[in-house]
Write a protein that binds this ligand. Sequence first.
Ligand SMILES: N[C@@H](CCC(=O)N[C@@H](CS)C(=O)NCC(=O)O)C(=O)O
Length: 207
Amino acid sequence: MIIVHHLENSRSQRILWLLEELRLDYEIKHYKRDPRTMRAPRALKKVHPLGKAPILQEDAVILAESGAIFEHFVQTEKRFGPPRDLHDARRYRLYMHYAEGSLMPPLFAMLVVNKLGLLGRPARKPIMKMLHEHFVYLDEDMADRPYFAGDQLTAADMMMSFPLEAARSRAGLDERYPNLLAWLRRCHERPAYQRALERGGDYAYAG
Ligand SMILES: N[C@@H](CCC(=O)N[C@@H](CS)C(=O)NCC(=O)O)C(=O)O
């Protein structure tokens, strides 16, 4: 049995999306954030010592890290993996790693800076500049194709969904980047994405 340990308003939403695209049977264990700190509850640490979502539980195996979970299903289900075309396959690899490795760090920094209020103010401008550079790069890169690795949806799109959704809701991803907004709409219109939303519960970033 596949169990997804799912934290509200978090990266684990993209695992639900993947499982809906794959039409696999799965159960969700729901966790709420602490309303004051926004951290995951301690119960998640009982599943994996890091206590962060997503966590996949499949029989006796426990797997953390979104990217590792995506790779696992791409390998077992042989879907949504690297396209045959060499250029598209390179893009697939790039964005599978870029999502957590390059785009999430400035977004997380922004979250911290916003929490600091006045104290965080001096850091806001340089982080926004950094994010703008990412968005310009991504928007230009997405000018000539519907999905990050070509004509078809792949795991790379699903990995990119959380950072770009978070960016749209709190870090300046707006009409200046029309290709990214069009890509987001394309993802959100997919029936599997909608089913994942219904099953996952609160998700502030899909609107
Ligand atoms: N790189 C990890 C990041 C995991 C992560 O930081 N998850 C967040 C949810 S978006 C979390 O659990 N935060 C709650 C906490 O740190 O207490 C992944 O992609 O799985």
